[in-house]
Ligand binder design. Sequence first.
Ligand SMILES: N[C@@H](CCC(=O)N[C@@H](CS)C(=O)NCC(=O)O)C(=O)O
Length: 202
Amino acid sequence: MKLYYSPASPYARKCLAIAHETGLIERIEVISTNPFDDEAFRKTNPLGKVPALITGDGPALFDSPVICDYLDSLHTGRMMVPERGTERYRVLRQHAIAQGITDAALLLRQQWMRNQKLDTPLPDDWWHQRQFGTVYAGMDQLEQEVKQLGDTANLGTIAVACALEYWDFRFADHPWREARPKLAAWLEAFSQRPAMQATRPE
Ligand SMILES: N[C@@H](CCC(=O)N[C@@H](CS)C(=O)NCC(=O)O)C(=O)O
């Protein structure tokens, strides 16, 4: 399999961490691409976004939840999304919160890139406040539910850790830990996992 990724992408990192946790990483060749500067990549993913996975069996898969679902179908170990019941929806809900934080952070990042080109600072307007509000409200919710995260690696916990560390990576000047000490402690412990260490962007 070939995974198109960019080292800083939290969505791609989530797929790679899942591949590490499920023992599939050896079967994946990673191909680094800058989606913002690679029109040819649209032949693989017409949406121009990483990650995208070439499985060798049909067209490329894209959107990180689809890739993670595919990877989960390939191994015989513990499922990264429990098959049914309360556990399943707890994990999927955690993933949804993480994906929402990540989506808002990416919107802010892309707006920052645009403003860099225009040589203007990030404005403090309604739209920007809305995205920051989404990130912080998502983190607040996770702080309240931190006991439910637990110490098991699954799609939810991996996505949460990737979202929080992406925020650290790109928005270090907007710290979040002081107001959310339980979530900070959870991340400190979870980020020691080899799968998280092996995929951390530099
Ligand atoms: N919903 C997608 C989001 C993927 C995404 O937005 N990836 C970013 C990199 S972190 C990207 O490739 N952006 C390029 C673009 O938006 O044109 C997923 O979960 O995989």
